[in-house]
Each structure stands twice: as C-alpha cells, then as structure tokens.
Write a new protein. Structure first.
Length: 191
C-alpha cells in the first residue's frame, strides 16, 4: 500500500477557505514500554484518558480491528464504528464490518466527507497500528507513566517523522491508575 493509494480514496471536504482532505489519525494509550493491551483489554483504568478519547473521536469515523471492537462494552455512540475482521461470517450490531483494510479506510474517508469532518480515527489494535502508522498524518498518544506487562504493543515512532504539537500532563488520581501525558504529533512534511 502506498501513500498515493490513500490519497486517491480520500474525498475532498468543502470549507470556507478551500478544499481539504481528511487526515488518517491514530489515537492510543501506551505504557513506557509501548504496551497497549493485555488479554484483549486495557491494562489500566484511566478515566481522564477515556474522556480525552471521547473528545477526540466524537463525531468522527472510528476504524478498529475485531479484537478492539470486542473489548468495547458497547458500540461507541455518536460516531460510526468500522470493524475489520478476517472472519467472513462475522456480524456485529451497530458496526459496519469489513474484510478488506482498504475498503474500511475508503469507507472511513467517505463518511468523513459526508460528515464534513477533517479526520478518520484509527483506534486499534496493535496489528492495524503497525500496518497503518506509515500512512497516518496525526497521532494522539497518551503516554502512561508505567512499565506494564502485556501482549499488544504500539510501534516505536521516530522523532525524524513526527513533530510534537501539543503536550498536556495528567496526574495520577482516584480515577486514574497512573499519571500520563497526552501528546499530539503531526507527520513532518505531511501533505
């Protein structure tokens, strides 16, 4: 898959200042050792990060793999849920199911155009992050200040490819198992 293939399937968004294209963005919470999951679930309780997740994703198409979908207690309200699986017989209420990654991404871009939003959000899991990170334009990373045992990991990002544009610290609290820092990155030379 090349960047040009993604460019071909991105719809144009109308705006008062011209035409823009939706970004493919990642949202993830990861530990210092890049763990993002354990046994199909999150390895921590971070209420403040879940609120951040909702603020970023609400009203935008959300792409995910089947394991991520099955880890949710319910379909994410207020945003289209698009799920990728290899299982041809898989069905899920309140989600669109895809068996081809490019079809899922294309549908995400189509929905972003219809909804007039500027990004499509990839929210997991580890396999999709690894495959699509080279094609993403923006990252929302919650860096959890802990070393965690787990079986799902986020790829290492390179400072050569990404520019930090925002940083916000969140302390450990009664509802947050660990302190964490929300960081937003834009791809350098992103078009």
């Amino acid at each position: 898959m090349s960047k040009s293939i993604l460019t071909e399937i991105r719809p144009k968004l109308r705006s008062d200042i011209g035409v823009t294209y939706p970004k493919l963005s990642i949202i993830v919470a990861k530990s210092r050792n890049n763990v993002i999951g354990r046994d199909g679930d999150l390895p921590w309780r971070l209420s403040s990060d879940l609120k951040h997740f909702k603020r970023v994703t609400l009203g935008k198409p959300c792409l995910m793999g089947r394991v991520t979908w099955e880890s949710l207690p319910f379909a994410l309200p207020g945003r289209p849920n698009l799920v990728l699986t290899r299982d041809e017989g898989y069905a899920a209420k309140q989600a669109e199911i895809f068996h081809d990654m490019m079809d899922m991404i294309g549908r995400g871009f189509e929905l972003a155009g219809q909804m007039n939003v500027d990004e499509v959000i990839l929210m997991g899991g580890a396999q999709l992050y690894a495959r699509l990170l080279p094609f993403c334009d923006k990252l929302y990373i919650s860096d959890v200040d802990a070393v965690i045992d787990g079986d799902a990991h986020f790829p290492v990002i390179s400072a050569f490819d990404w520019q930090l544009i925002r940083e916000e610290m969140a302390p450990k609290s009664e509802k947050d198992d660990y302190p964490f820092t929300i960081r937003e990155y834009l791809r350098k030379n992103s078009t």
